[in-house]
Design a protein around this ligand. Structure first.
Ligand code: HEC
Length: 148
């Protein structure tokens, strides 16, 4: 009896561990991508504030990072990645996957458009702040839970 329980426990741990690896990979990957987005946003914010000189190539690169993220993110929310890995993804992503994917697609399209429309500091300021409000903010409000 004791042996059987121990075997069952070992099996449960082994199965549990493989599930954790699969889920935490998706979670780690999407968090890493979003961290890159956060870093790009920081570069953009520094130019907008004037604490870094405006560089048009860098400004365009901010939106390249965003567009790449918007393309990769939708595939990183498998059913087994709802919790764990300190994710801040909201359960709403899975209850409204279509809405979430649409928000990603909207962000991707806006980021691509901004890559060609940005010409100078003024146009960058406009595109950058609109992006923060319409995409980062809106999506986080809908699809991300705040960690206390
Ligand atoms: C369409 C939805 C969506 C858009 C648009 C979006 N995000 Fe996110 N973001 C998320 C989700 C979902 C998470 C939580 C991922 C997780 O923890 O699993 C997240 C997490 C983050 C994180 C935390 C990463 C970490 O350390 O775990 C940062 C920083 C971030 N986003 C920055 C941004 C910025 C800046 C923008 C806009 C330029 C943006 N995001 C646009 C959905 C979005």
């Amino acid at each position: 009896m004791i042996v059987r329980t121990a075997v069952c426990a070992a099996l449960a741990i082994a199965l549990g561990a493989s599930a954790v690896i699969a889920q935490s990979k998706a979670i780690a990957e999407r968090k890493e991508i979003m961290k890159g987005v956060g870093a790009a946003a920081k570069t953009g914010a520094a130019m907008v504030r004037g604490s870094a000189p405006y560089d048009n190539a860098k400004a365009v690169q901010v939106f390249v990072v965003y567009a790449n993220a918007a393309e990769k993110m939708p595939a990183l929310f498998p059913d087994d990645s709802k919790t764990g890995g300190e994710t801040t993804a909201s359960p709403k992503i899975w209850s409204d996957m279509e809405g979430f994917k649409a928000a990603m697609a909207k962000w991707g399209a806006a980021s691509k458009a901004a890559q060609t429309s940005v010409k100078d500091l003024d146009s960058f300021k406009a595109a950058f702040s609109a992006m923060g409000k319409d995409n980062c903010g809106t999506c986080h409000e809908m699809f991300r839970i705040s960690k206390n």
